[in-house]
Design a protein around this ligand. Structure first.
Ligand code: EPU
Length: 346
């Protein structure tokens, strides 16, 4: 097992922050993870597993061991005439799994096209976009207990999925290393499979119409999602960012009534997991506070999607964090709503 020292994390985080890690190791199998566990560096240091580095903000150098996940592979197993189980290595880029599924004509994750990051990170924060979350197609995952080295299986009820939440971000934070994720997808190779594509999310219908597509194939839906994302979300290769920086907050009905009277155009959605609450897009709140497209030093809120904070090239992590705190403060002052980061802060 090779453990490197004083490694720049610049290529390993999509914010493009040039921070140093004391130690760095790459793992490509269960065995190589267990080999790493035997090294004293593993035992004596703080550890952080990273995938695509697409949901992380380093505000300073990392004093510990970074474990980069590189476990590959896709296996499939027939579950029934109409459903298939697809088991993917946690180090595979998520979007390459989406592309593979579409090529096989397996439906379920086409709305999650072009989400950055690796397969292993997808259940961690229950990735979601355009009306679908990974929990909708999740079957099970395998993970190594980072203390004992034992392999454990997690079923859907064990994962405690919520909006951008799971047990792996909470009580099991830094306790498990996800090895593989198995999804249950619709086998559309079979003409008898009944599958309803999710195209209700506003932008999808509109984009399909623009593309003159009838929305009857998963490829079309994927293409529409890709088009929407490319229009709104900056490509991290061109402009450092980590997607939505904050979660969309929820408020109670009393607060909602007060705000909607004052801001009749405020977009709002029912919170599916709690009927008493209303979800407000953080992007709208941030835009109303005047941040959209604003450049502050080397950072800013993106011109096309206020919820995305960007690094114009030379920003430090703490500069991005200062901007985030200023945005959070102004949203609280103007609307009385507390917004919290979706991105992991280190
Ligand atoms: N809006 C504005 N101004 C903005 C941005 C958004 O007014 O600058 C308002 C618009 O009214 C728009 C509404 O906010 O209709 C929602 O915007 P959008 O459809 O872009 O989605 P979002 O709620 O901002 C969420 C996810 C995204 C995901 C999209 C599509 C979160 C934190 N973000 O964004 O996920 O791609 O929905 O489903 O839930 C990510 O997690 O990194 C991410 C990009």
């Amino acid at each position: 097992m090779i453990i490197s020292r004083n490694i720049s994390l610049f290529p390993y985080n999509t914010f493009g922050l040039d921070v140093l890690a004391d130690f760095f190791a790459e793992v490509d199998s269960v065995d190589s993870f267990r080999a790493l566990m035997l090294d004293s560096v593993y035992e004596t240091n703080e550890r952080l597993v990273i995938g695509g580095g697409s949901n992380i903000l380093f505000t300073k150098d990392f004093k510990g061991l970074i474990i980069k996940n590189n476990i590959q592979g896709i296996e499939e197993k027939k579950l029934s005439e109409t459903e298939v189980l697809v088991k993917a290595g946690s180090g595979l880029p998520w979007h390459s799994l989406v592309i593979w599924s579409i090529a096989q004509n397996y439906g379920g994750i086409e709305n999650l096209s072009l989400i950055p990051g690796l397969v292993g990170a997808a259940p961690m924060q229950n990735i979601g976009a355009y009306g679908v979350e990974i929990k909708d197609v999740f079957h099970e995952l395998e993970a190594i207990d980072m203390q004992s080295g034992e392999l454990a299986k997690f079923q859907i009820q064990d994962c405690e999925f919520g909006y951008r939440e799971s047990v792996f971000k909470n009580k099991f934070k830094n306790k498990y290393f996800i090895v593989s994720v198995t999804l249950r997808l619709a086998n559309l190779q079979q003409p008898s499979t009944i599958y309803k594509m999710k195209t209700a999310y506003g932008d999808i219908q509109h984009t399909l119409a623009e593309m003159q597509a009838d929305g009857t194939s998963i490829k079309q839906v994927s293409d529409a999602v890709i088009k929407i994302r490319q229009l709104k979300l900056p490509d991290p290769k061109e402009l450092g960012n980590a997607g939505s920086f904050f979660k969309n907050p929820t408020i109670n009905s009393a607060q909602f009534e007060k705000l909607i009277a004052q801001y009749p155009l405020m977009p709002n959605y029912p919170n599916v997991s709690n009927k008493e609450e209303i979800k407000i897009p953080a992007g709208w709140l941030i835009e109303q506070c005047g941040w959209k497209g604003k450049v502050v030093g080397n950072t800013g809120s993106h011109l096309k999607q206020a919820l995305v904070l960007v690094n114009y090239g030379k920003a430090s992590g703490s500069e991005v964090w200062q901007l985030a705190l200023a945005i959070k403060k102004s949203v609280l002052e103007k609307f009385g709503i507390e917004i919290t980061p979706e991105v992991n802060i280190y």
